[in-house]
Design a protein around this ligand. Structure first.
Ligand SMILES: C[S@@+](CC[C@H](N)C(=O)[O-])C[C@H]1O[C@@H](n2cnc3c(N)ncnc32)[C@H](O)[C@@H]1O
Length: 275
């Protein structure tokens, strides 16, 4: 029989016990880096620090909560259609903030194309969520809507991934504390650029959380996105490309505005436009 001490020992994660939103946040999201990047981009363009953020497709609103935690007097609006991640985020992310800061985060269950929020300094659509708009008219309509969510001089930022490796079926596994994260590019259609991607999680006991998250997207290109942002009325549309660490030859997490970039088989970049 196990002793009381042994019973209290934290048990390892497995597919049955693990929480998919917790695993997602730990594998995919880096809200500290996102807040630093957004603050730097906004300051460089607007000449003053930002205060208000709108996080479209917010899921668990991890970024909105980090924003309010870090930005003095910062306020944030998080918008998602799905009540489940919103509720999770309300309990776990919002609930972890001091009460005065909790009041400055507003979570809305709504479609990003129709949600009404007060004008903000920055609107973001991160982790490629806008890839779910698969046609030009749909994406253009969303970009126009994102533009009207901003104050004059406000910044809209999106992230993009690409490169030759993005255009083929492959899986990529990363070992994290207590579990493995697997990114599964299940489909790439060269004619339509339709992609189907899944996230699976594997555990030390051999159990697997298969297709914890699945995405049916269009893999948009940087030229298409810049054109659509300009067409939506944004001015000064810019691409931010990751700098390379000269010792390791790997990306160093610092993104700077660039007009051209060298060929790279797997890249992530940011694109931002000003209202
Ligand atoms: C890839 S997750 C992004 C989560 C988080 N923002 C991140 O950076 O990791 C996409 C989210 O978009 C939400 N979503 C999909 N279509 C939407 C729409 N039209 N309006 C609002 N949310 C939507 C989904 O419910 C899902 O939570």
């Amino acid at each position: 029989m196990p002793t009381a001490r042994a019973r209290r020992r934290p048990r390892g994660l497995n597919a049955r016990r693990a929480d998919k939103y917790d695993l997602y946040q730990r594998s995919v999201q880096q809200p500290e880096a996102d807040v630093s990047l957004l603050r730097r981009l906004y300051r460089a363009r607007a000449g003053r620090p930002p205060r208000d953020l709108r996080e479209d497709f917010c899921g668990t609103a991890l970024l909105a909560c980090e924003w309010v935690r870090r930005i003095p007097n910062g306020r944030a609006w998080g918008i998602d259609l799905d009540p489940e991640p919103l509720e999770w985020g309300r309990e776990r992310n919002l609930g972890a903030l001091p009460p005065a800061k909790q009041q400055r985060v507003h979570l809305l269950r709504a479609d990003v194309r129709s949600a009404r929020t007060p004008p903000v300094d920055i609107t973001v659509a991160f982790n490629f969520s806008y890839f779910l708009f698969k046609t030009r008219p749909e994406l253009l309509a969303y970009f126009k809507k994102a533009r009207t969510s901003l104050r004059r001089g406000g910044l809209f930022a999106i992230d993009v991934y690409g490169g030759a490796d993005a255009q083929r079926r492959q899986t990529e596994t990363r070992e994290l504390e207590g579990f493995d994260y697997e990114w599964d590019q299940d489909l790439f259609d060269p004619i339509t650029h339709d992609v189907t991607n899944h996230i699976h999680f594997d555990f030390p006991d051999g159990s697997r959380m298969r297709r914890a998250f699945s995405y049916e997207w269009r893999l948009w290109s940087l030229p298409e996105l810049q054109e659509l942002l300009r067409e939506a009325g944004f001015r000064d549309v810019a691409v931010y490309w990751e700098n390379t660490d000269t010792k390791t030859n790997e990306g160093n997490g610092v993104f700077t505005r660039r007009e051209h970039a060298p060929d790279d088989p797997a890249w992530i970049a940011y694109v931002a436009g000003i209202r």
